[in-house]
Design a protein around this ligand. Sequence first.
Ligand SMILES: [Cu+2]
Length: 369
Amino acid sequence: MGLFPVSPAGAGAGVTLKIKVGSGFGREFPGGSTRFFPDTVTVHQGDSLQFTFPPILIPTDTTPEAFLADNAQIDDPYHALAHDPDDGATATKINPTQLAPVDCGTVGAPCHYDATGVLNPGFLGEGKFFVVIDAAAGSVFHGLSSPWGQSALRIEVVADTAASDSQAALDARAADLKAQDQAAAFALFDDYSNRHTFTDADGHKVWDAWAGIDQGPIVILAMFPAKLKIAKGDSVMWHFDLTNEVHSATMPLKKANKLARGMFSPKCDPDGDDGPGPDNPPEIRQPPFCNDPTQLEADMANLVQKGDGVQDSPNEYQDSGWHGPENSPDGFFNNDPFTVSFNTKTDRTGIAYACSFHGSFMKGVVVVR
Ligand SMILES: [Cu+2]
């Protein structure tokens, strides 16, 4: 990146092509697709891409698969999280690399990308993002919609003499992908709403449940099945087959909501992780929260599994802790199932639970009769 006084020779006045990053499913249910719409584009050197959300751009010498593998572990350069030794050995914070926005990307000051390094606007970025493609004809590189996700955009720079994508061509491919994802999401929704049970080794009935659905680019932020009616003595086993999102199954609902509100807690750390001093409360109410923005830390609630897995009264606290796509060395994220036995009858409204990361809109109910 740097100063590019004029458009590269021969490129003339580049065009700007719009690409949508992610898409919702409407009002039917919360969630969406993490895909780029569309997920391939051909450009000429000097053209610009306008994204609806800042993607990470990765260079020609890597692939989305390799980049994700290189950043799959906590503390890896572009992993979402890093350890926060000031708060204890297993405490974590948002990786500072994700909190340092690039100083480009607006329409007036677009980023320039020659596809040699990583261009990382940070996943807390928002809004439109403009990039001028400086990479030479023949280059193929990728954008990722998140540092942990599976959705990639393939960008190919073609020779000036060759045809590149028109906006109309991009829009047509985007519409096809959107329809495809929407249909897949509805099918998943129906599928996971069905009841599944099995009998465990002790002869008890176990009901399968899922905290959210991640499948390919599709993310559904809901509990499945939304309501279970079970008998006293039955168990519910929540599954976390997560590749994109972070979820928990946390009961009762009130507790889940309280945890969700405290999820993102900005702090200021004047002497860094190596210094003896602690993290201090935020000095300013809004971003960047610290008078010196380089001191900003965003601690993440360090939730692990809580409770004994046996619900003896409707308001007892049981918590799977956060589950997510990555296996970190300290086990912070894993996809292990979480089982609760219900040894108490409830009224008709049952026991409401929710995800302590997303809050009450991601809610489910277990009625025990
Ligand atoms: Cu969640």
